[in-house]
Design a protein around this ligand. Structure first.
Ligand SMILES: NC(=O)C1=CN([C@@H]2O[C@H](COP(=O)(O)OP(=O)(O)OC[C@H]3O[C@@H](n4cnc5c(N)ncnc54)[C@H](OP(=O)(O)O)[C@@H]3O)[C@@H](O)[C@H]2O)C=CC1
Ligand SMILES: CC(=O)N[C@@H](CCC(=O)OP(=O)(O)O)C(=O)O
Length: 351
Protein backbone atom coordinates (compact mmCIF):
# COMPACT_ATOMS: atom_id res chain seq x y z
CA UNK A 1 0.00 0.00 0.00
CA UNK A 2 1.07 3.58 -0.50
CA UNK A 3 2.68 5.21 2.55
CA UNK A 4 0.12 7.95 2.98
CA UNK A 5 -2.68 5.35 3.38
CA UNK A 6 -4.23 6.43 0.12
CA UNK A 7 -5.04 3.42 -2.03
CA UNK A 8 -3.67 3.54 -5.57
CA UNK A 9 -6.26 2.54 -8.13
CA UNK A 10 -6.03 1.64 -11.82
CA UNK A 11 -9.06 1.35 -14.10
CA UNK A 12 -9.04 -0.96 -17.12
CA UNK A 13 -11.79 -0.16 -19.61
CA UNK A 14 -11.59 3.56 -18.79
CA UNK A 15 -13.25 4.62 -22.02
CA UNK A 16 -16.46 2.66 -21.43
CA UNK A 17 -19.50 3.83 -19.46
CA UNK A 18 -18.56 1.84 -16.36
CA UNK A 19 -14.94 3.05 -16.51
CA UNK A 20 -15.82 6.72 -17.00
CA UNK A 21 -18.31 6.48 -14.13
CA UNK A 22 -15.59 4.97 -11.91
CA UNK A 23 -13.42 7.99 -12.74
CA UNK A 24 -16.26 10.42 -11.91
CA UNK A 25 -16.92 8.80 -8.54
CA UNK A 26 -13.34 7.93 -7.54
CA UNK A 27 -11.81 11.33 -8.25
CA UNK A 28 -13.83 12.59 -5.27
CA UNK A 29 -13.07 9.59 -3.02
CA UNK A 30 -11.09 10.70 0.06
CA UNK A 31 -8.88 7.59 0.26
CA UNK A 32 -8.18 6.86 -3.39
CA UNK A 33 -5.61 8.09 -5.89
CA UNK A 34 -6.37 7.15 -9.48
CA UNK A 35 -2.86 6.35 -10.67
CA UNK A 36 -3.74 4.93 -14.07
CA UNK A 37 -6.62 5.06 -16.54
CA UNK A 38 -6.08 2.33 -19.08
CA UNK A 39 -7.27 1.85 -22.63
CA UNK A 40 -6.53 -1.02 -24.98
CA UNK A 41 -7.34 1.18 -27.97
CA UNK A 42 -6.44 4.84 -27.22
CA UNK A 43 -3.26 4.82 -25.08
CA UNK A 44 -1.30 8.07 -25.13
CA UNK A 45 -4.39 10.25 -25.56
CA UNK A 46 -5.50 12.53 -22.67
CA UNK A 47 -8.71 11.12 -21.25
CA UNK A 48 -10.27 14.60 -21.31
CA UNK A 49 -9.86 14.64 -25.10
CA UNK A 50 -12.42 11.88 -25.54
CA UNK A 51 -14.40 12.94 -22.46
CA UNK A 52 -14.38 16.76 -22.30
CA UNK A 53 -16.54 16.74 -19.15
CA UNK A 54 -13.36 15.63 -17.31
CA UNK A 55 -11.40 18.74 -18.40
CA UNK A 56 -9.47 20.25 -15.46
CA UNK A 57 -10.73 17.38 -13.29
CA UNK A 58 -8.79 14.38 -14.62
CA UNK A 59 -6.04 15.34 -17.07
CA UNK A 60 -4.16 12.03 -17.20
CA UNK A 61 -3.21 10.36 -20.47
CA UNK A 62 -4.68 6.94 -21.11
CA UNK A 63 -2.13 4.19 -20.40
CA UNK A 64 -1.44 0.95 -22.20
CA UNK A 65 -2.61 -2.29 -20.65
CA UNK A 66 0.75 -3.47 -19.26
CA UNK A 67 0.32 -5.67 -16.19
CA UNK A 68 3.87 -5.19 -14.86
CA UNK A 69 3.49 -1.42 -14.95
CA UNK A 70 0.02 -1.59 -13.39
CA UNK A 71 1.39 -3.75 -10.56
CA UNK A 72 4.09 -1.16 -9.85
CA UNK A 73 1.69 1.78 -9.79
CA UNK A 74 -1.49 0.42 -8.25
CA UNK A 75 -2.82 -1.59 -5.32
CA UNK A 76 -6.32 -2.22 -6.67
CA UNK A 77 -7.59 -2.61 -10.24
CA UNK A 78 -11.15 -2.21 -11.46
CA UNK A 79 -11.75 -4.21 -14.63
CA UNK A 80 -14.64 -2.50 -16.42
CA UNK A 81 -14.15 -4.78 -19.39
CA UNK A 82 -16.55 -6.77 -21.54
CA UNK A 83 -17.47 -10.33 -20.71
CA UNK A 84 -14.84 -12.65 -22.23
CA UNK A 85 -12.09 -10.04 -21.80
CA UNK A 86 -12.03 -10.31 -18.00
CA UNK A 87 -11.77 -14.14 -18.17
CA UNK A 88 -8.03 -14.28 -19.06
CA UNK A 89 -7.16 -10.80 -17.74
CA UNK A 90 -8.20 -11.05 -14.08
CA UNK A 91 -6.03 -14.12 -13.21
CA UNK A 92 -2.96 -12.29 -14.56
CA UNK A 93 -3.73 -9.23 -12.43
CA UNK A 94 -4.20 -11.39 -9.32
CA UNK A 95 -0.97 -13.27 -10.02
CA UNK A 96 0.80 -9.90 -10.21
CA UNK A 97 -0.28 -9.24 -6.61
CA UNK A 98 -3.08 -6.80 -7.35
CA UNK A 99 -6.48 -6.72 -5.74
CA UNK A 100 -9.23 -6.87 -8.37
CA UNK A 101 -12.85 -5.78 -8.58
CA UNK A 102 -14.32 -7.10 -11.83
CA UNK A 103 -17.47 -5.51 -13.24
CA UNK A 104 -18.15 -8.16 -15.88
CA UNK A 105 -20.21 -11.33 -15.58
CA UNK A 106 -17.19 -13.62 -16.04
CA UNK A 107 -16.69 -14.69 -12.41
CA UNK A 108 -20.24 -14.51 -11.05
CA UNK A 109 -21.55 -17.92 -12.08
CA UNK A 110 -19.98 -20.68 -10.00
CA UNK A 111 -20.83 -23.54 -12.39
CA UNK A 112 -18.73 -23.29 -15.57
CA UNK A 113 -21.21 -25.28 -17.66
CA UNK A 114 -24.03 -22.96 -16.67
CA UNK A 115 -21.86 -19.94 -17.52
CA UNK A 116 -21.09 -21.32 -20.98
CA UNK A 117 -24.73 -22.14 -21.62
CA UNK A 118 -25.82 -18.53 -20.99
CA UNK A 119 -22.76 -16.45 -21.97
CA UNK A 120 -21.91 -18.55 -25.06
CA UNK A 121 -18.15 -18.45 -24.55
CA UNK A 122 -15.65 -20.42 -22.46
CA UNK A 123 -15.85 -20.09 -18.70
CA UNK A 124 -13.00 -18.69 -16.61
CA UNK A 125 -10.55 -20.92 -14.72
CA UNK A 126 -12.63 -22.50 -11.96
CA UNK A 127 -9.99 -21.75 -9.29
CA UNK A 128 -10.50 -18.02 -9.87
CA UNK A 129 -14.28 -18.33 -10.09
CA UNK A 130 -14.12 -20.09 -6.73
CA UNK A 131 -11.91 -17.34 -5.30
CA UNK A 132 -14.24 -14.54 -6.43
CA UNK A 133 -16.53 -13.17 -3.72
CA UNK A 134 -19.89 -12.12 -5.15
CA UNK A 135 -20.15 -8.48 -4.13
CA UNK A 136 -23.84 -7.86 -3.57
CA UNK A 137 -22.82 -5.46 -0.82
CA UNK A 138 -25.89 -5.41 1.42
CA UNK A 139 -26.09 -9.23 1.47
CA UNK A 140 -22.52 -10.52 1.19
CA UNK A 141 -20.62 -7.42 2.39
CA UNK A 142 -19.16 -9.24 5.41
CA UNK A 143 -17.46 -11.73 3.08
CA UNK A 144 -15.72 -8.97 1.14
CA UNK A 145 -13.56 -7.65 4.01
CA UNK A 146 -9.86 -8.25 3.29
CA UNK A 147 -10.30 -10.38 0.16
CA UNK A 148 -8.27 -9.91 -3.02
CA UNK A 149 -10.97 -10.47 -5.59
CA UNK A 150 -14.57 -9.32 -5.84
CA UNK A 151 -16.93 -10.15 -8.68
CA UNK A 152 -19.32 -7.23 -8.89
CA UNK A 153 -22.98 -8.18 -9.48
CA UNK A 154 -24.86 -7.46 -12.69
CA UNK A 155 -27.14 -4.43 -12.94
CA UNK A 156 -30.46 -6.30 -13.22
CA UNK A 157 -29.49 -8.83 -10.52
CA UNK A 158 -28.62 -5.99 -8.13
CA UNK A 159 -32.06 -4.36 -8.39
CA UNK A 160 -33.87 -7.70 -8.46
CA UNK A 161 -32.03 -9.54 -5.70
CA UNK A 162 -32.18 -6.63 -3.27
CA UNK A 163 -35.93 -6.59 -3.92
CA UNK A 164 -36.45 -10.34 -3.40
CA UNK A 165 -33.94 -11.64 -0.87
CA UNK A 166 -35.60 -10.50 2.41
CA UNK A 167 -38.94 -12.07 1.43
CA UNK A 168 -37.29 -15.29 0.16
CA UNK A 169 -35.14 -15.60 3.27
CA UNK A 170 -38.17 -15.07 5.52
CA UNK A 171 -40.18 -17.64 3.54
CA UNK A 172 -42.91 -15.07 2.90
CA UNK A 173 -43.21 -15.73 -0.85
CA UNK A 174 -43.66 -18.87 -2.91
CA UNK A 175 -40.41 -18.99 -4.87
CA UNK A 176 -41.97 -21.09 -7.65
CA UNK A 177 -44.26 -18.16 -8.47
CA UNK A 178 -41.66 -15.40 -9.03
CA UNK A 179 -42.01 -13.30 -12.19
CA UNK A 180 -39.62 -10.40 -12.84
CA UNK A 181 -40.37 -7.69 -15.34
CA UNK A 182 -37.29 -5.48 -15.72
CA UNK A 183 -36.56 -2.33 -17.72
CA UNK A 184 -33.25 -0.65 -18.45
CA UNK A 185 -32.00 2.62 -19.93
CA UNK A 186 -29.77 2.33 -22.98
CA UNK A 187 -26.45 2.98 -21.18
CA UNK A 188 -26.86 -0.55 -19.76
CA UNK A 189 -25.73 -1.87 -23.13
CA UNK A 190 -22.37 -0.04 -22.90
CA UNK A 191 -20.85 2.63 -25.14
CA UNK A 192 -20.34 0.49 -28.22
CA UNK A 193 -22.55 1.23 -31.21
CA UNK A 194 -25.42 -1.07 -32.01
CA UNK A 195 -28.57 -0.91 -34.06
CA UNK A 196 -30.87 -1.32 -31.04
CA UNK A 197 -29.22 1.66 -29.28
CA UNK A 198 -29.49 3.81 -32.43
CA UNK A 199 -31.58 6.95 -31.71
CA UNK A 200 -34.23 6.26 -34.34
CA UNK A 201 -34.63 2.68 -33.12
CA UNK A 202 -34.97 3.40 -29.40
CA UNK A 203 -36.55 6.85 -29.27
CA UNK A 204 -40.32 6.65 -28.59
CA UNK A 205 -39.99 2.87 -28.55
CA UNK A 206 -40.21 0.09 -25.98
CA UNK A 207 -38.66 -3.27 -26.77
CA UNK A 208 -38.43 -6.59 -24.95
CA UNK A 209 -35.19 -8.47 -25.51
CA UNK A 210 -33.47 -11.77 -24.59
CA UNK A 211 -36.80 -13.14 -23.31
CA UNK A 212 -36.03 -16.27 -21.21
CA UNK A 213 -32.46 -16.07 -22.55
CA UNK A 214 -30.93 -13.26 -20.53
CA UNK A 215 -27.48 -14.00 -19.03
CA UNK A 216 -28.62 -12.53 -15.71
CA UNK A 217 -31.17 -15.36 -15.18
CA UNK A 218 -28.58 -17.87 -13.85
CA UNK A 219 -27.06 -15.16 -11.62
CA UNK A 220 -30.43 -14.35 -10.03
CA UNK A 221 -31.29 -18.05 -9.66
CA UNK A 222 -27.87 -18.89 -8.16
CA UNK A 223 -28.28 -16.33 -5.39
CA UNK A 224 -31.95 -17.04 -4.66
CA UNK A 225 -31.18 -20.78 -4.51
CA UNK A 226 -28.35 -20.05 -2.09
CA UNK A 227 -30.66 -17.97 0.12
CA UNK A 228 -33.53 -20.47 -0.04
CA UNK A 229 -31.35 -23.59 0.30
CA UNK A 230 -33.03 -25.27 -2.68
CA UNK A 231 -33.18 -24.70 -6.45
CA UNK A 232 -35.16 -21.59 -7.41
CA UNK A 233 -36.11 -20.75 -10.99
CA UNK A 234 -37.59 -17.46 -12.16
CA UNK A 235 -39.32 -15.96 -15.18
CA UNK A 236 -37.33 -12.86 -16.15
CA UNK A 237 -38.02 -10.47 -19.02
CA UNK A 238 -35.93 -7.41 -19.87
CA UNK A 239 -37.04 -4.32 -21.77
CA UNK A 240 -35.09 -1.45 -23.29
CA UNK A 241 -36.54 1.96 -22.41
CA UNK A 242 -35.80 5.27 -24.19
CA UNK A 243 -33.85 6.83 -21.33
CA UNK A 244 -30.12 7.01 -20.63
CA UNK A 245 -29.78 5.73 -17.05
CA UNK A 246 -31.93 3.66 -14.77
CA UNK A 247 -33.32 0.21 -14.08
CA UNK A 248 -36.74 -0.65 -12.72
CA UNK A 249 -37.32 -4.23 -11.67
CA UNK A 250 -40.97 -5.10 -11.00
CA UNK A 251 -41.34 -8.43 -9.23
CA UNK A 252 -44.50 -10.46 -8.62
CA UNK A 253 -44.86 -13.42 -6.28
CA UNK A 254 -47.54 -15.31 -4.39
CA UNK A 255 -47.49 -14.54 -0.66
CA UNK A 256 -47.32 -17.54 1.67
CA UNK A 257 -49.11 -17.22 4.99
CA UNK A 258 -50.86 -14.13 6.32
CA UNK A 259 -48.72 -11.02 5.87
CA UNK A 260 -49.88 -7.46 5.44
CA UNK A 261 -48.26 -4.85 3.26
CA UNK A 262 -47.14 -2.99 6.39
CA UNK A 263 -45.41 -6.16 7.57
CA UNK A 264 -43.51 -6.39 4.27
CA UNK A 265 -42.30 -2.80 4.73
CA UNK A 266 -41.19 -3.62 8.27
CA UNK A 267 -39.49 -6.88 7.21
CA UNK A 268 -37.42 -5.06 4.58
CA UNK A 269 -36.58 -2.13 6.87
CA UNK A 270 -35.32 -4.57 9.47
CA UNK A 271 -33.30 -6.54 6.89
CA UNK A 272 -31.60 -3.40 5.55
CA UNK A 273 -31.22 -1.66 8.92
CA UNK A 274 -27.99 0.31 8.98
CA UNK A 275 -27.46 -0.08 5.21
CA UNK A 276 -27.84 3.47 4.00
CA UNK A 277 -28.02 2.73 0.27
CA UNK A 278 -31.28 0.77 0.42
CA UNK A 279 -34.29 3.00 1.01
CA UNK A 280 -37.54 1.20 1.70
CA UNK A 281 -40.44 3.50 0.88
CA UNK A 282 -43.38 4.12 3.18
CA UNK A 283 -46.34 1.84 2.76
CA UNK A 284 -47.92 2.26 -0.70
CA UNK A 285 -45.27 4.62 -2.13
CA UNK A 286 -43.42 3.32 -5.22
CA UNK A 287 -40.07 4.56 -6.45
CA UNK A 288 -39.13 5.96 -9.87
CA UNK A 289 -35.78 5.74 -11.64
CA UNK A 290 -35.17 9.50 -11.48
CA UNK A 291 -35.27 9.34 -7.69
CA UNK A 292 -31.97 7.39 -7.68
CA UNK A 293 -30.30 8.74 -10.84
CA UNK A 294 -26.58 9.50 -10.43
CA UNK A 295 -26.56 7.95 -6.93
CA UNK A 296 -25.76 4.62 -5.30
CA UNK A 297 -29.25 4.18 -3.85
CA UNK A 298 -31.60 1.29 -4.44
CA UNK A 299 -35.16 2.38 -3.62
CA UNK A 300 -38.05 -0.06 -3.28
CA UNK A 301 -41.78 -0.12 -2.61
CA UNK A 302 -44.54 -2.73 -2.19
CA UNK A 303 -48.17 -3.33 -3.02
CA UNK A 304 -50.10 -6.36 -1.83
CA UNK A 305 -53.08 -7.45 -3.91
CA UNK A 306 -55.64 -9.06 -1.58
CA UNK A 307 -57.64 -10.36 -4.57
CA UNK A 308 -54.79 -12.43 -6.05
CA UNK A 309 -52.68 -12.97 -2.95
CA UNK A 310 -49.67 -11.59 -4.83
CA UNK A 311 -47.14 -9.02 -3.70
CA UNK A 312 -45.70 -6.57 -6.23
CA UNK A 313 -42.20 -5.35 -5.34
CA UNK A 314 -40.73 -2.44 -7.30
CA UNK A 315 -37.01 -1.74 -7.07
CA UNK A 316 -35.03 0.99 -8.88
CA UNK A 317 -31.32 1.73 -9.28
CA UNK A 318 -29.03 3.74 -11.51
CA UNK A 319 -27.56 0.94 -13.63
CA UNK A 320 -24.12 2.56 -13.93
CA UNK A 321 -23.86 3.53 -10.24
CA UNK A 322 -25.46 0.97 -7.90
CA UNK A 323 -25.68 -1.45 -10.87
CA UNK A 324 -21.94 -1.21 -11.65
CA UNK A 325 -19.35 1.42 -10.65
CA UNK A 326 -20.94 2.69 -7.42
CA UNK A 327 -21.39 -0.80 -6.00
CA UNK A 328 -17.83 -1.62 -7.15
CA UNK A 329 -16.59 1.30 -5.00
CA UNK A 330 -18.85 0.19 -2.14
CA UNK A 331 -17.05 -3.17 -2.45
CA UNK A 332 -13.66 -1.44 -2.43
CA UNK A 333 -14.71 0.27 0.82
CA UNK A 334 -15.81 -3.04 2.33
CA UNK A 335 -12.65 -4.79 1.11
CA UNK A 336 -10.52 -2.15 2.82
CA UNK A 337 -12.57 -2.10 6.02
CA UNK A 338 -13.73 1.49 5.44
CA UNK A 339 -17.28 2.82 5.89
CA UNK A 340 -19.23 1.34 2.97
CA UNK A 341 -20.55 4.75 1.90
CA UNK A 342 -17.15 6.50 1.85
CA UNK A 343 -16.95 8.75 -1.22
CA UNK A 344 -20.40 7.67 -2.35
CA UNK A 345 -22.62 10.29 -0.72
CA UNK A 346 -24.17 11.45 -3.97
CA UNK A 347 -27.68 12.88 -3.80
CA UNK A 348 -29.72 11.75 -6.82
CA UNK A 349 -29.85 14.22 -9.72
CA UNK A 350 -33.40 15.53 -9.90
CA UNK A 351 -35.26 16.30 -12.09
N1 LIG B 1 -23.22 -0.34 -18.50
C1 LIG B 1 -23.79 -0.88 -17.42
O1 LIG B 1 -24.83 -0.37 -16.95
C2 LIG B 1 -23.22 -2.09 -16.76
C3 LIG B 1 -22.12 -2.77 -17.24
N2 LIG B 1 -21.65 -3.90 -16.60
C4 LIG B 1 -20.52 -4.63 -17.09
O2 LIG B 1 -19.34 -3.83 -16.90
C5 LIG B 1 -18.42 -4.04 -17.96
C6 LIG B 1 -18.15 -2.70 -18.63
O3 LIG B 1 -19.39 -2.21 -19.15
P1 LIG B 1 -19.52 -0.87 -19.96
O4 LIG B 1 -18.58 0.12 -19.41
O5 LIG B 1 -20.94 -0.55 -20.05
O6 LIG B 1 -19.00 -1.35 -21.38
P2 LIG B 1 -18.44 -0.45 -22.56
O7 LIG B 1 -18.63 -1.24 -23.79
O8 LIG B 1 -19.01 0.91 -22.47
O9 LIG B 1 -16.88 -0.35 -22.23
C7 LIG B 1 -16.05 -1.45 -22.14
C8 LIG B 1 -14.60 -0.97 -22.31
O10 LIG B 1 -13.73 -2.10 -22.25
C9 LIG B 1 -12.56 -1.83 -23.00
N3 LIG B 1 -12.14 -3.02 -23.73
C10 LIG B 1 -12.75 -3.61 -24.79
N4 LIG B 1 -12.03 -4.67 -25.20
C11 LIG B 1 -10.93 -4.75 -24.39
C12 LIG B 1 -9.82 -5.61 -24.33
N5 LIG B 1 -9.68 -6.64 -25.17
N6 LIG B 1 -8.90 -5.39 -23.37
C13 LIG B 1 -9.03 -4.37 -22.50
N7 LIG B 1 -10.05 -3.50 -22.53
C14 LIG B 1 -11.00 -3.70 -23.46
C15 LIG B 1 -12.94 -0.74 -24.01
O11 LIG B 1 -12.09 0.36 -23.79
P3 LIG B 1 -10.74 0.56 -24.61
O12 LIG B 1 -11.05 0.29 -26.06
O13 LIG B 1 -10.40 1.97 -24.34
O14 LIG B 1 -9.78 -0.42 -24.02
C16 LIG B 1 -14.35 -0.32 -23.65
O15 LIG B 1 -14.48 1.07 -23.56
C17 LIG B 1 -19.07 -5.07 -18.90
O16 LIG B 1 -18.62 -6.35 -18.58
C18 LIG B 1 -20.55 -4.92 -18.58
O17 LIG B 1 -21.26 -6.07 -18.89
C19 LIG B 1 -22.22 -4.34 -15.44
C20 LIG B 1 -23.28 -3.70 -14.89
C21 LIG B 1 -23.90 -2.55 -15.55
C1 LIG C 1 -29.66 -2.51 -21.70
C2 LIG C 1 -28.75 -3.68 -21.87
O1 LIG C 1 -28.52 -4.16 -22.97
N1 LIG C 1 -28.20 -4.15 -20.76
C3 LIG C 1 -27.29 -5.27 -20.78
C4 LIG C 1 -26.62 -5.39 -19.45
C5 LIG C 1 -25.38 -6.21 -19.66
C6 LIG C 1 -24.50 -6.37 -18.53
O2 LIG C 1 -24.40 -5.58 -17.64
O3 LIG C 1 -23.76 -7.49 -18.62
P1 LIG C 1 -23.16 -8.37 -17.49
O4 LIG C 1 -23.74 -7.92 -16.21
O5 LIG C 1 -23.55 -9.73 -17.84
O6 LIG C 1 -21.71 -8.10 -17.53
C7 LIG C 1 -28.03 -6.56 -21.11
O7 LIG C 1 -29.24 -6.64 -20.85
O8 LIG C 1 -27.39 -7.52 -21.55
Amino acid sequence: MAVDSMVRVAIIGSTGYGGVELIRLLQAHPRVNITSVISSSSAGVPISKGFPHLTNIVEQDLDDLDIEIIARNADVVFTATPSGVSTPLVPKLLQAGLKVIDLSGDFRIKDGEVYEQWYKHPAADSAYVEQAVYGLSEVYGDEVLGVDFVSNPGCFPTATLLGLIPAVEAGWIDTSSIIIDAKSGVSGAGRGLSLTAHYAEINENLRAYKVNRHQHIPEIEQVLSDVKGEQVTVTFTTHLVPMTRGIMSTMYAKVTGEHTQEEFVELYREYYKGRSFVRVRDNGVWPATKEVSGSNYCDMGFQLDDRTGRITIISVIDNIVKGASGQAIQNLNLMMGWEENLGLGYTPVYP
